[in-house]
Design a protein. Structure first.
Length: 128
C-alpha cells in the first residue's frame, strides 16, 4: 500500500462528510423522530471517520494518546460543521441530535479501536 494511505483515507472521508454536510438536500419529509435513518448515517459516518483517523494517527504518524486526539479532532470537526450549518447555510440547521449521533459514533470507536487496530496490523494490509 502507498505510504500514508490511512491518512489519505481519513482525509477523503472528512472531505466527504464536509460535502454532505453543506450541500442542499431535497429529501422527502420524514416524521420528526429523534433516531431515524439520518442519525444512523451520522453515527456510521463518524464511527468510520474516527476509526480511519485513529488508525492513521497510530500507524501512519505514531501519535501517542491516539484516542484522545481522535476524540478532540472528530468532535470538534462535527461541532464546527453543525455551527456552519446554523450560521452560514440558510438551507441547513444546527441539530443537537446530529451532534449526539456523531458523539456516539466517536465513542464506538473508542471502545472498538484497539480491536480494529489489532486486526489491521495482523492483516498487514496498511502496514509499510
Amino acid at each position: 500500500m502507498p505510504k500514508y494511505s490511512l491518512s489519505i483515507l481519513a482525509l477523503s472521508l472528512g472531505l466527504t462528510i464536509i460535502f454532505l454536510s453543506v450541500m442542499p438536500l431535497s429529501l422527502p419529509p420524514v416524521n420528526a423522530t429523534v433516531f431515524g435513518v439520518d442519525k444512523i448515517a451520522h453515527f456510521l459516518a463518524y464511527y468510520i471517520f474516527s476509526t480511519c483517523l485513529g488508525l492513521a494517527c497510530n500507524l501512519d504518524w505514531r501519535v501517542k494518546r491516539t484516542r484522545l486526539v481522535v476524540i478532540i479532532v472528530a468532535f470538534s470537526f462535527g461541532m464546527v460543521l453543525e455551527l456552519i450549518q446554523e450560521y452560514l447555510l440558510p438551507h441547513r440547521t444546527f441539530e443537537v441530535f446530529d451532534l449526539l449521533a456523531n458523539s456516539i459514533g466517536i465513542c464506538a470507536f473508542v471502545f472498538s479501536g484497539k480491536t480494529i487496530e489489532k486486526i489491521v496490523v495482523k492483516s498487514g494490509i496498511f502496514i509499510n
